[in-house]
Design a protein around this ligand. Structure first.
Ligand SMILES: *Cc1c(COP(=O)(O)O)cnc(C)c1O
Length: 366
C-alpha cells in the first residue's frame, strides 16, 4: 500500500520538539509538491524546482508552523490564540484553532488583506479586529496583548512556528537526495528563510541560532551540503536591502508588506552564513513572475509567492545564475487567495453567445 502523508509532526517527530505522548493538532499539512519547471530552466540555464506551498490545507506554508504552534498551545492548556497577520497567518491560525477547539483573535491591517484570506479567517470563526495601521503595528499590539492576557501568540516569533516550517527543507532533501545549490524564497517577516536555513542545517547534522535543541547533532545526517539562501523582498518593503526597518512599506504583494521583520537576526545569519543574498524586485517583476508561473509552469500563486521566481529571473538576467545549478524556489501561497490582483487589468466581461456549437466554434476562432 502507498504511504499516506500524516502531517509534518508525525512524519518528522524525532526532529521536532514533541514526543510520542503529545496529541498532535494536524490538518495533514506538508508533503507538498516539488515540481520541476522546464520552462524556467530554459529561461535561466539552471535546473529549477518549485516547492508548491499553496498546496497546504489552508493554502500557504503557514500551516507547517501552525500545526506545531497549536499542538504546543494545547499541550500547555491555553484556551485562546492570537496573531497579527497580513492574511495567511490568520487563515491558518483560525483553521487550526477550529480543529483544536480554541478561540482565535486576529489583528489585521485594515483594507490590506486579500479577500480570500479574510474569508478564511471569517468562516473558521476567528474574532477579527482591523487596525488603522500596518502589519508592524498589529504585531506590536498582539505582542503586548499576549504578554498581559492568558492568550498564546502564534506569530512566527513563537519558536514552535519555525520548528514546523523547517520541515519544508527536510522534504526537499528527502526528494532530491541532498540539498540544492541555491534556495530562493520571498522574505517578509523573515521567519521562513530562518526556518529553511535551520532545516537544511539540521538535516546536515548542524544546529543554527534558531534551533531549539541538539537533536540534529545526535541524529543521522540526511544531507551532505547546504544551499545558498537567496531571499527576495518587494522593492517598496525591503528593510534587509535598506539595512534598517522601513516606516511605510508598500507593495502589491501584501503577504510581504512588512517593514520591521521580527526574525531579523536569524535571517541575516541565513543570508551571510550561506554566502547568499537578500535583494529586492519591483511589483511589476513580481506580477510578471506570477504570470510566467501560471502560463508556463501551471502553478497559480499569490503575488508574494512569485517574488522568489522574480528574484531568480532577475539574477539570470544579470548573469548570476551558475549554469546547471540545482535551484529550488519556494512559492509560499495559493493564487486563489487573491484573484482580484491576478485579474486586474484583464478583460473578464464576456459577451454571452448563442447556446450552439456553431456559435462556440465561431467565438473560439477554430
Ligand atoms: C507569510 C508569507 C510570506 C512571508 O514569510 P515570512 O516568514 O514572513 O518571511 C510570504 N508569502 C506568503 C504567501 C506568506 O503567507
Amino acid at each position: 500500500m502507498a504511504h499516506q502523508w500524516q502531517g509534518i509532526i508525525n512524519e518528522y517527530r524525532e526532529r521536532l520538539p514533541f514526543d510520542d505522548a503529545d496529541a498532535v493538532v494536524t490538518l495533514k499539512e506538508g508533503g507538498t509538491p516539488l515540481v520541476r519547471a522546464e520552462k524556467l530552466a530554459a529561461r535561466t540555464g539552471a535546473e529549477v524546482y518549485i516547492k508548491v506551498e499553496g498546496a497546504n490545507p489552508t493554502g500557504s506554508f503557514k500551516d507547517r508552523g501552525m500545526t506545531s504552534a497549536i499542538t504546543q498551545v494545547v499541550k500547555e492548556g491555553t484556551q485562546i490564540v492570537a496573531c497579527a497577520s497580513t492574511g495567511n497567518t490568520s487563515a491558518s491560525a483560525a483553521a487550526y484553532a477550529a480543529k483544536a477547539g480554541l478561540g482565535c483573535a486576529v489583528i489585521l491591517p485594515a483594507g490590506k488583506i486579500a479577500a480570500g484570506k479574510l474569508a478564511q479567517a471569517i468562516v473558521h470563526g476567528a474574532n477579527l479586529v482591523a487596525v488603522d495601521g500596518n502589519f508592524d503595528d498589529c504585531l506590536r499590539i498582539v505582542r503586548e496583548l499576549t504578554e498581559k492576557y492568558p492568550v498564546a501568540l502564534v506569530n512566527s516569533v513563537n519558536p514552535y512556528r519555525l520548528q514546523g516550517q523547517k520541515t519544508a527543507a527536510f522534504e526537499i532533501v528527502d526528494e532530491l537526495g541532498d540539498a540544492p545549490d541555491i534556495h530562493i524564497l520571498p522574505v517578509g517577516n523573515a521567519g521562513n528563510i530562518s526556518a529553511y536555513w535551520m532545516g537544511y542545517n539540521e538535516y546536515a547534522g548542524h544546529t543554527t541560532a534558531a534551533s531549539m535543541d541538539e537533536s540534529a547533532t545526535r541524529l543521522e545526517p540526511h544531507a551532505t551540503r547546504l544551499p545558498r539562501m537567496w531571499g527576495v523582498q518587494a522593492a517598496g518593503a525591503a528593510p534587509f536591502v535598506a539595512g534598517h526597518p522601513i516606516e511605510n512599506p508598500e507593495t502589491v504583494a501584501t503577504a510581504i508588506r512588512i517593514g520591521n521583520p521580527a526574525s531579523w537576526n536569524y535571517a541575516v545569519a541565513a543570508r551571510d552564513d550561506s554566502r547568499g543574498w537578500i535583494r529586492a524586485v519591483s511589483d511589476e517583476d513580481i506580477l510578471r513572475a506570477q504570470r510566467i508561473l501560471a502560463e508556463e509552469v501551471g502553478i497559480f500563486v499569490e503575488p508574494a509567492s512569485a517574488a522568489s521566481v522574480a528574484g531568480l529571473l532577475a539574477a539570470a538576467e544579470s548573469g548570476e545564475v551558475p549554469e546547471n545549478a540545482r535551484i529550488v524556489c519556494t512559492v509560499t501561497g495559493n493564487g486563489l487567495k487573491d484573484t482580484a490582483t491576478a485579474l486586474a487589468g484583464r478583460d473578464i466581461d464576456f459577451d454571452p453567445i448563442a447556446s450552439s456549437l456553431d456559435a462556440a466554434v465561431a467565438a473560439l476562432g477554430l
